[in-house]
Design a protein around this ligand. Sequence first.
Ligand code: LLP
Length: 433
Amino acid sequence: PLTARATERDRLAIGGCDVVELVARFGSPLLVLDEHTLRTACRQYRDGLATYPGESLVIYASKAWSNAAIAAIAASEGLGIDVASGGELYSAHQAGITPDAIYFHGNNKSAVELKEAIACGCTVVADNWLELETLAKLADPQQPTRVMLRLTPGIECHTHEYIRTGHLDSKFGFDPNQIPDVFAFVARQPALDCVGIHAHIGSQIFERQPHQDLAGVLADWLQVGLDAGLPLRELNVGGGLGICYTEADDPPSIREWTEAVAGAVAIACETRSLPLPKLICEPGRSLVGSAGVTAYTVGGRKEVPGIHTYVAVDGGMSDNARPITYQAVYRALVANRLSAPATATATVAGKHCESGDILIKDAYLPALQPGDVLVLAATGAYCYSMASNYNRLPRPAAVLVSDGCADIIVARETYDDIVRQDRLPDRLVFGTR
Ligand code: LLP
């Protein structure tokens, strides 16, 4: 994070807070979110997209980490919010985000979720026929629902196959073959105000070219839609910019990415003589990912002679499912001995009952001792939001740090939280049979 530094005691400080003290105060594992880094990323997106000659809007893809404090920060920086379920919609609403800044995604929104979206007044990004037809029935012609259409652009990019979405064989969006029928259908719906089109090609992408190509594809479809009489005036290019997890990662900066996208969309529209639509992008990872770290406490170790040293920490795949799911690679440092030299490799294991519960394979680190505070970098995105209670571990707390202050933004779960939804039918109560 931008505000990470070493304290006089050779400890890691983030946002002016000593991470070892944070763990002592708030417990372990602990997610630490640096407000300055998050706000800086919001501003870089907003200012970068403002190089587009038309209107523009950045919306935070809250699936990366849906949380009231993060939503409030994004909103205070002028960002809207992308939600992908009734739960994320409810969270954004509770956080006080105004409906005109909320865009509702997802490839299988239920009728209940669509009703919630209509009642809230947000924009619905329709993904398929069923959704579109249901929405057309449920919405009120007196107060048409704002709709965008998600289209599958047929653009390949280099990233993990689980997080690629732009290729034609994807579960998301309308197939290009369906577009003429879809446009004709929406144009006839008095209850739908079809404001624009959307596509998202994938996540953790380091190239700029796929998004530049996307601008051309979307502009072509914009033209088809306008010709079909639709009042299209917004174009959403999705999210996807990657971040650095290791030194080997080399993504473009937010500024470079937004300028490339803004330029490509402007040129694509100008060459087709189209009126400039409002340009929207919806980053998640690149807004919040680098702003967060996870601090763990080191426990026991196991030496497998000649093969491995395992060092276990007090969390694992329940608070960070990315290594086991995508073979994601992380880097770590020892927060209580920042300048201790790395001397050997150790595999950082979680505490779950799975051999695959490994956070970092063969990390080159100082010799770790029980009680050391090991910090994994860049865990702000898709860690808490994908966290589980596997093995009934309570989910960790999260604190927001800024100028030496730390505030809880997610309370640590308790054992009571974990059993809260359990129900014991009377006939199972011991001694009643
Ligand atoms: N818009 C849509 C429609 C999306 O599906 C996504 C991410 C985004 C925006 C934000 O993409 P980002 O800027 O964060 O790359 N759990 C995976 C990532 C899944 C991404 C899902 N969609 C991971 O941990 O890598």
